[in-house]
Design a protein. Structure first.
Length: 206
C-alpha cells in the first residue's frame, strides 16, 4: 500500500506527544506566591525542554526517512507502530521526572532509569525502521536507497548513548538526565544531512 495513511498516523502521534508534554507543565493555584511557585518548578521546565527537543529531532529525522518511502508492507507497519508506541510514551516518564527530580533517593533513581530506558527503547525501535528499509529497497525510491545505511547507523548511535544514561541513573539521576539533555542538544545541533540527502535523491528519482 501507499504510505499516505501512515504519514497521517505518524504526524498525529507526534502532535499528541508534544501536546501532552505541555499539558504536564505546572499550574500553581496560589496567586499570592505565583512567581515563587513557578520558579521552584524548574525541573518541570527542564524535563519539558529536553523531551520536546528530543521529540522534535525525532520527527525531523523520521520525516526525512519517510520522504523516500514509496510503499509500506505489514512488517514495516509493525516496526513503525513499535516506534510510535515509545514516542507516545515519552510524556509519561517526563512528567514523573519533573515530579521526583528534586526529591532524590530511590524515587528519583527509579524515574531516571525509566526515562532513560524509554528513550533507549525508542531509539532502538527507530533503528529497526531504518534497517528494515535499508534491507528492503523495494519500499524506497531507488535514488535514495544508498542513504539508508547511514541513517540506520545514526539512529543506532543515538539509541546506544542512552545505555550509560540508564546505568548512571542508578547512582546519579541528575547526571543521567544531563546525558539525555546532551544527546538531545547534540542531535539537534548536528543537523544530519541524511534526511536531506534522502529527500533530494527521492525528488531526483520522481
Amino acid at each position: 500500500m501507499g504510505p499516505s495513511r501512515l504519514h497521517g498516523l505518524i504526524d498525529g502521534v507526534f502532535a499528541i506527544a508534544v501536546t501532552l508534554l505541555v499539558l504536564d507543565l505546572p499550574k500553581p493555584d496560589d496567586p499570592a506566591h505565583l512567581a515563587h511557585d513557578l520558579l521552584r518548578e524548574w525541573p518541570s521546565y527542564v524535563a519539558y525542554a529536553v523531551s520536546f527537543l528530543t521529540v522534535g529531532v525525532l520527527w525531523i529525522e523520521h520525516h526525512g526517512m519517510m520522504s523516500a518511502v514509496t510503499r509500506v508492507n505489514r512488517r514495516f507497519l509493525e516496526r513503525t507502530l513499535l516506534f510510535l508506541f515509545f514516542v507516545s510514551a515519552i510524556p509519561w516518564p517526563t512528567a514523573l521526572a519533573a515530579q521526583y527530580a528534586r526529591d532524590g533517593g530511590s524515587a528519583a533513581r527509579t524515574v531516571a532509569v525509566l526515562y532513560a530506558a524509554t528513550m533507549l527503547c525508542m531509539g532502538l525501535s527507530f533503528t529497526l525502521g531504518w534497517r528494515y528499509l535499508a534491507a528492503h529497497g523495494e519500499l524506497v525510491a531507488e535514488p535514495a536507497r544508498g542513504a539508508f545505511p547511514a541513517g540506520g547507523r545514526r539512529a543506532l548511535i543515538g539509541a546506544l548513548v542512552y545505555v550509560p544514561a540508564v546505568l548512571v541513573a542508578l547512582v546519579s539521576p541528575v547526571a543521567s538526565f544531563a546525558i539525555a539533555a546532551v544527546v538531545a542538544v547534540y542531535f539537534a545541533a548536528s543537523r544530519s544531512e541524511v534526511p536531506g540527502l534522502i529527500a533530494r535523491a527521492a525528488d531526483d528519482g520522481t
